[in-house]
Write a protein of this length. Structure first.
Length: 366
């Protein structure tokens, strides 16, 4: 049985990856930092009672800013594969917490690599580093591939640039099997609520159920290459199963503006949205309705406004990835397209709000 260690196991990707590796028969250890409230919702369905026999999923308290803790966990678990997914992953927030982001996202990766050296596990342990399309930043060329130059545009991306190169350096210097997956944006019903797709699908659900009037967004012109997290964790696993350690771009090759994702999400509840105005004055209105189930929506209703508070000091305007290498070398093929992803996210958020409402109502009735 192979043993894997996942940092950031209770994040979006950690949850899908833990599920995939358990399906494949791995012993899975996850690193989770301590929080004042239990925040394991995404992995609760994978929980195994530590008192039972043959437990294959175990959590450890840890933090990317704590070297001794990481060394101890790696020593105890002796992993064949480490997936380093833990990070302060919100680009906008990294402008508010740049030093912490550098520590956790940049030096945190170094701590994992050094732990492997200190413990003499260079030949045993393979390492996946969660690199990102944010490395490309200011557009140099499109579509972006493994050879496109980087130009990071946020403290998050600069920290991830260090993590990218230290991974490459340890591979070359110490002959370690350490790889970067340069993943473009990937989303799911488990996506954090403050990333733009989930913010939109949650707002569409709340607005169409009459629980909210409208949503405030930032840059509607930004374009992203969005895929489904479920497809992308399969690529992470494939990257560590190759003969030779290499870096790979994982993307769909299709880019979509934020504004169009808003339209797609509202279309799921039968509402057609038209945008009027420009820049900070741009607004989205309901133009037509075709699903009587969502009678809280009104023709002419203003459902989107721009709030400059969501603008970033430096923005990444256009991301579009070239997945040729991962398709040919890894045989990776995504199963979801953007409309299937959007459909799943809106449907899931509608379910969540309906369930919450029911709970409130039951509470009142009780
Ligand atoms: P999430 O934000 O959903 O998850 C990040 C995880 O890291 C959470 O479990 C979080 O814990 C944990 N974490 C944060 N800081 C620390 C710390 N100091 N020590 C230990 N754990 C910590 O991110 P995703 O799952 O979406 O992304 C996974 C990784 O992939 C990240 O590194 C991200 O930067 C990168 N990435 C993501 C892409 C995407 O589109 N999703 C694209 C490319 C790269 P807690 O729950 O307590 O906050
Ligand atoms: P990103 O994702 O910054 O690409 O990083 P996010 O969903 O936050 O933003 C995507 C684009 O949408 C624009 N935008 C808004 N973004 C947010 N969060 N909220 C808004 O209201 C809003 N309005 C417009 C943004 O300006 C941006 O252009 C994600 C993270 O998962 C990173 O960890 C990962 O490395 C990259 O994807 C690839």
């Amino acid at each position: 049985m192979k043993t894997a260690l996942i940092t950031g196991v209770n994040g979006q990707d950690g949850a899908y990856l833990a599920e995939l590796l358990l399906e494949k028969g791995y012993m899975v250890h996850g690193v989770k930092r301590r929080s004042s409230l239990i925040n394991t919702d995404r992995i609760d369905h994978l929980y195994q009672d530590p008192h039972s026999e043959n437990v294959r999923f175990k959590l450890h308290y840890g933090d990317m800013t704590d070297s001794t803790n990481l060394i101890r966990i790696i020593q105890e678990t002796q992993p064949d594969e480490i997936y380093n997914l833990a990070a302060m992953s919100h680009v906008k927030v990294s402008f508010d917490t740049p030093e912490y982001t550098a520590n956790a996202d940049g030096i945190g990766t170094l701590r994992i690599l050094e732990a492997i050296r200190i413990l003499g596990l260079e030949k045993k342990t393979r390492i996946y580093q969660a690199s990102t399309s944010e490395l490309y930043g200011l557009v140099q060329a499109v579509p972006q591939s493994e050879t496109t130059p980087f130009y990071p545009r946020s403290p998050y991306a600069v920290a991830k640039l260090y993590a990218y190169w230290i991974t490459v350096n340890y591979r070359e210097a110490y002959n370690m099997y350490a790889c970067n997956g340069i993943l473009f944006n990937h989303e799911s019903p488990l996506r954090g609520e403050t990333f733009v797709t989930r913010k939109i699908t949650r707002a569409v659900a709340a607005i169409s159920l009459g629980l909210q009037d409208k949503m405030f967004l930032g840059n509607l012109d930004a374009r992203r290459d969005w895929g489904h997290a479920k497809d992308y964790v399969k690529a992470m696993w494939l990257i560590l199963q190759q003969e030779k350690a290499e870096d790979y771009v994982i993307a769909t090759g299709i880019t979509t503006p934020v504004r169009d994702f808003v339209k797609m999400a509202f279309a799921e509840v039968g509402a057609e949205i038209e945008f009027k105005g420009e820049g900070v004055n741009e607004k989205g209105f309901v133009k037509s309705l075709s699903n009587p189930e969502y009678d809280a929506l009104q023709i002419g209703q203003e459902v989107v406004s721009v709030d400059p508070a969501y603008f970033r000091p430096t923005e990444v305007e256009l991301l579009i990835g070239d997945p040729t290498k991962s398709k040919t070398k890894l045989g990776w093929e995504p199963e979801y397209d953007l409309s299937a992803l959007c459909r799943e996210m809106v449907a899931s958020d509608i379910e969540v709000f309906k369930k919450d409402n029911k709970t409130q109502w039951e509470h009142l009735a009780g």
